[in-house]
Design a protein around this ligand. Structure first.
Ligand code: FES
Ligand SMILES: [Fe+2]
Length: 739
């Protein structure tokens, strides 16, 4: 419920008139708490008979309690007390509800639901990294499927399942408590520290990934008997717990991190432990910004019986004279199915992205084939910072900040060319191909001058893969190999189409300005849902290799794939039926020569696979798009503006395809073409629509119902699904929250 709605007894208290409800109320007139019960529309004071809830539950049978309630004095109207319980809005001269427990130990159990077990194993494997967590979540689901449901913890069958998981290297201490004989039980908070209805729960400010855990709470007396139940929120800092299970205490117990209430429903003939076992309850999380998550918990899905949990918690060797309240665990695990509009519209977030994604991370600069000879150069940006990529006289590739060491002027304004030196246009400082400062006009103005300290600054890290040059402005961080991960295979797929194993970008670039946030282009590049709508004109006009994807949803075979680290793919190839569909068909002697060259290198089978599958259609996070027969770059400019660059790929050693590839690029990507202009206009309208900021969330749930993990651990789904968008955003979140 939102903070705007007033709390009402109707919403907060069982409607069953027989319900035996006890709790605690702060009574300002007494300057202290009272033990209370509900009697009709009133709250009555039991404190004279039972000074604490703990003592009441230790000694009072339901009948005795009913008798005491009948004669107890009234504290106030139930509706008034409930309505006065919201922290920050209450009238402190009138009574309000407290947590309905006092001296009892406050404990919680975890890993009691199968889904919860999965969550813990995942958190441990992901070590606090939300993106990794999602990949692992799906990987584990792929391995064990639904079979673990219904397994009785501690049974021989559970032990066998554990062996299988251990053999797969997926052992976790969570498994021990999840399916082993002993439940996980931990101290949630000290006695008297729980908060009640309407209180603000506490989330540690150091946590960026936390969630509520809505749970049934058992109320157990000193003898280990479950005498009542209530509801609670076992607030959890998931990133903290994910770093190490030994941080559980820190993840679970900070100020106000335990909320219970509003009352304890005492078990009696009308509401037994079996009634509790059958309970279902709903959790609704609503942000003031429109965020909304709804979840239903079915207690019946718990893996351990409630009585078993209570028996493990209080026993001969674990005695609690004041009793205990025990959270039974949760299976609430929110999924990522939306993003907030500010990620496309807030200039502060854009500035943060430039720093965290485009400066600290690996960013595509250009291809070595663009600067084949000494002195060849191109100018690019890393985020919004200008850089210069140059082939040196010895043949090596360097990337410098395109900024004069004197007063900071951009040294090289040209997009590309060949130079022996670079002279700053402002005062003529001149630099060599290695960035060294060669000359300073009128040197008499400096008493002593160390030229070697005034070269063009090199980017701190430079690396390349199959001719694709990447740079990072941060001296530390994952290597390029770690950043690319398995996605190198996407680059391979395009390069291996060349008989010489390399693509060439030598046709020059076309740039389109786009009035949209830069992320819309990579998102659109990996969106297979829009083709039949945005590009309808194309399908109506000419025969294309994409035609099948605008047909019946069930017959489409193309897929989207999540390669991790924000690298995402549309794979059209499952829908291709023969060679060169990606090229619009090809034949003739030049083609035969080409196929023969591939066969000599790779063998007939691999060569055929390559010419059927064609080049990759994939985003290499954050700015390189392998657009099948094109390569594209997205260049962020400001929060609502970017530039899209594209050029056709040429296959080294197969020049017979060059003119076809160039024509395809013109027809698909150029300013008067069939694809790109439509995409750019839709991106602009997308950005325009987001100005309607009353609706703050962008829906991204498509395909959650059918995506799966393949044998290599990649998320896969129908080509029209938003698996790729979610993968991009998960990596984005990881990068944006890293310290
Ligand atoms: S700013 Fe470059 S020479 Fe002065
Ligand atoms: Fe498109």
């Amino acid at each position: 419920m939102t903070s705007r709605a007033k709390l009402s007894a109707h919403e907060c208290v069982p409607r069953d008139a027989r319900a035996l409800l006890i709790g605690r109320v702060w009574v300002p007139a007494e300057q202290g708490p009272s033990v209370v019960a509900v009697r009709g529309d009133d709250v009555v004071d039991l404190t004279p008979s039972y000074p604490t809830v703990s003592q009441l539950l230790n000694v009072a049978a339901p009948d005795e309690l009913r008798a005491a309630i009948k004669v107890a004095p009234v504290v106030g109207r139930l509706g008034d007390i409930v309505a006065n319980s919201r922290e920050g809005e209450r009238d402190t001269s009138r009574p309000w509800l407290l947590a309905p427990c006092d001296l009892q130990a406050v404990k919680a159990s975890g890993v009691t639901f199968v889904a919860s077990l999965l969550e813990r194993v995942i958190e441990e494997r992901a070590r606090g990294n939300p993106a990794l967590a999602d990949g692992a979540r799906r990987e584990i689901q792929a391995i064990i499927g639904p079979d673990l449901r219904g397994v009785r913890p501690g049974s021989p069958e559970a032990a066998r399942i554990k062996d299988v998981l251990v053999a797969r290297g997926m052992w976790s201490q969570y498994l021990e408590v999840g399916i082993g004989p002993d439940a996980e039980l931990f101290a949630k908070c000290p006695p008297m520290a729980a908060v009640g209805l309407g209180a603000r729960v506490g989330i540690h400010p150091a946590s960026v990934w936390s969630n509520p855990e809505p749970e049934l709470v058992l109320v157990i007396n000193h003898a280990g008997v479950i005498v009542g139940v209530t509801l609670g929120n076992d607030v959890n800092l998931r990133d903290v717990e994910g770093r190490s299970a030994l941080l559980l205490g820190r993840a679970k117990d900070n100020n106000a991190s335990c909320a219970v209430g509003p009352f304890v429903r005492v078990l009696d003939d009308a509401f037994t432990l079996d009634s509790a076992r059958r309970l279902s309850f709903e959790t609704l999380v609503e942000g003031l910004d429109g965020f909304r998550v709804k979840h239903t918990t079915h207690v019946a899905e718990i893996s351990r019986d409630l009585a078993d949990l209570a028996a493990q918690a209080i026993s001969r060797y674990h005695q609690y004279p004041d009793g205990m309240i025990l959270f039974i665990g949760t299976m609430f695990a929110p999924v990522d199915d939306r993003v907030h509009v500010s990620l496309y519209t807030d200039p502060r977030i854009f500035a943060d992205e430039m720093e965290r994604i485009f400066h600290r991370g690996w960013v595509f600069v250009g291809h070595e084939s663009e600067i084949p000879g000494p002195g060849d150069f191109v100018t690019r940006t890393l985020g919004t910072q200008p850089v210069l990529m140059v082939r040196g006289s010895e043949g090596g590739v360097s990337v410098f900040l395109n900024r004069c060491a004197h007063r900071g002027t951009m040294v090289c304004p040209a997009s590309h060319g060949n130079a022996r030196t670079f002279a700053c246009p402002y005062h003529g400082w001149t630099y060599g191909l290695g960035g060294e400062l060669l000359g300073v006009p009128y040197p008499g103005g400096y008493a002593s001058f160390d030229k070697s300290a005034h070269g063009l600054p090199r980017v701190p890290r430079l690396s390349s893969y199959r001719g694709f040059v990447f740079a990072s402005l941060c001296p530390r961080g994952p290597s390029l190999g770690e950043h690319l991960g398995a996605a190198t295979r996407l680059i391979d797929r395009s390069c291996d189409l060349s008989p010489e194993g390399a693509i060439e970008l030598s046709a020059g670039w076309v740039k389109h300005q786009c009035a949209a946030n830069w992320k819309m282009l990579p998102e659109n590049d990996s969106d297979g849902y829009h083709l039949g709508f945005v590009h309808l004109a194309l399908f109506k006009t000419i025969r294309t290799q994409y035609r099948r994807v605008v047909g019946d949803e069930k017959t489409i075979r193309a897929v989207v794939r999540d390669w991790g680290h924000g690298h995402i793919e549309i794979d059209w190839s499952p829908g291709y039926e023969g060679p060169f569909e990606w090229l619009g068909g090809a034949s003739g002697s030049g083609v035969d020569d080409y196929v023969a060259a591939l066969e000599r290198r790779d063998g007939a089978e691999a060569a055929r696979r390559r010419i059927v599958e064609g080049p990759a259609h994939a985003l290499i996070f954050p700015n390189l798009f392998l657009g099948e027969t094109n390569v594209a770059i997205v260049q962020p400019v400001s929060v609502e503006e970017c530039v899209h660059w594209h050029t056709p790929i040429f296959l080294k050693g197969a020049p017979q395809f060059n003119s076809r590839l160039l024509r395809m690029s013109e027809a698909g990507m150029g300013p008067a073409s069939f694809l790109m202009p439509d995409d750019l206009i839709v991106a602009r309208r997308n950005q325009a629509g987001l100005q309607a900021s009353l609706a703050e969330w962008i829906e991204l749930s498509r395909g959650l119902n059918r995506e799966y993990v393949d044998a290599e651990g990649r998320g896969v789904s129908h080509v029209t699904d938003e698996t790729t968008n979610r993968a991009l955003w998960r990596h984005y979140r990881q990068v944006m929250v890293e310290a």
